[in-house]
Design a protein around this ligand. Structure first.
Ligand SMILES: C[S@@+](CC[C@H](N)C(=O)[O-])C[C@H]1O[C@@H](n2cnc3c(N)ncnc32)[C@H](O)[C@@H]1O
Length: 296
């Protein structure tokens, strides 16, 4: 049996598995796969231009064999490489956290505009509730020059630990004028003090009613705690959450909430009843309702 180079193996693998690969990873090209393999190799200490010319023996313990096997069953690429791109950085991800999505970058942009508009040269106390990998809070800490007092929370201890890891691996890109605290909490229940800005991308998919719209790969691999709420507690959960956001915001403070296109109108109405002075729906890149801007 002749030993193939990694490049020859990859071409054969891609052609043989193309149909199922494209079902799991719409638009996946061999070029993108090459880049992910390069990143995977680089993060595992192999940084070589000749990587794809090296002979590749598909032994079951070879890290790339594990890579190919995980692809075959549809494991998200980010969980295979262990990293996801978000905003301007790379974040470590594990199956304990949601893979940060590109639409959530809009929430960071909105928050950044708010900070630049209202807190130039002033301190701004910010909360990132349900921080997961820490992508939202850490992106802002890296971006902003106004002094941020950032509180990052999650109900999941494993998620909070990973957010802390990501914080420490980005700490050289974070100005020392900012202060950062990590708190384990159910929404805002154990979070002390008031905030100028409360950011959140909470679990917002109804476990039954919205399930048909969830890609099977998402439901199979991403943490359900990050995605779903039971249908029967959904409205009450958000009502309690928005009420506590209202209590914890200073007058004039703003909350930016990512949520489900099918439920945002009802959630906007809920927020008006709670007493927010301004409630605005914001669309995402696909022109769907995706965010609420709530002002106290
Ligand atoms: C949709 S993910 C968002 C993760 C990250 N902020 C992002 O945008 O990629 C929701 C996060 O909320 C956390 N979470 C779920 N229920 C929560 C609760 N009751 N209180 C606080 N965090 C919660 C999950 O563990 C998860 O990390």
């Amino acid at each position: 049996m002749s030993i193939l180079s990694l490049d020859q193996h990859l071409k054969g693998f891609y052609e043989a598995e193309k149909k199922s690969l494209l079902a799991f990873y719409p638009g996946l090209t061999i070029h993108r796969l090459r880049q992910d393999i390069k990143l995977h190799a680089f993060l595992n200490g192999v940084d070589s231009e000749e990587l794809f010319e090296f002979p590749y023996l598909p032994h079951r313990t070879h890290p790339l064999t594990i890579f190919f096997e995980k692809l075959k069953v549809g494991t998200p690429l980010e969980y295979i490489t262990g990293y996801a791109y978000f905003y301007r950085s790379l974040f470590k991800v594990t199956s304990d956290v949601l893979i940060p999505r590109s639409e959530t970058e809009i929430l960071v942009e909105l928050a950044s505009q708010e900070i630049k508009r209202s807190y130039k040269n002033k301190q701004c106390r910010v909360a990132d509730i349900g921080t997961g990998s820490g992508a939202i809070g850490i992106s802002l800490l890296m971006e902003e020059t106004a002094q941020l007092d950032m509180v990052m929370t999650d109900i999941s201890e494993a998620a909070l630990k990973l957010a802390q890891e990501n914080f420490f691996s980005h700490k050289f890109a974070i100005s020392s004028i900012h202060k950062t605290t990590f708190i384990k909490s159910d929404r805002l229940k154990d979070v002390p003090g008031e905030f100028n800005l409360i950011l959140t991308n909470p679990p917002y998919i109804k476990k039954s009613a919205d399930m048909a719209g969830v890609h099977s790969q998402v439901a199979a691999f991403e943490p359900h705690l990050a995605l779903f709420l039971d249908d029967d507690i959904y409205d009450q959960w958000f009502n309690e959450f928005f009420t506590s956001i209202h209590e914890k915001l200073v007058t004039g403070g703003v909350s930016l909430v990512e949520s489900h296109e099918n439920h945002l109108e009802a959630q906007a109405e809920m927020a008006r009843k709670i007493g927010f002075s301004e409630v605005v729906l914001v669309r995402d890149y696909t022109n769907r309702n995706r965010f609420l801007k709530l002002k106290k």
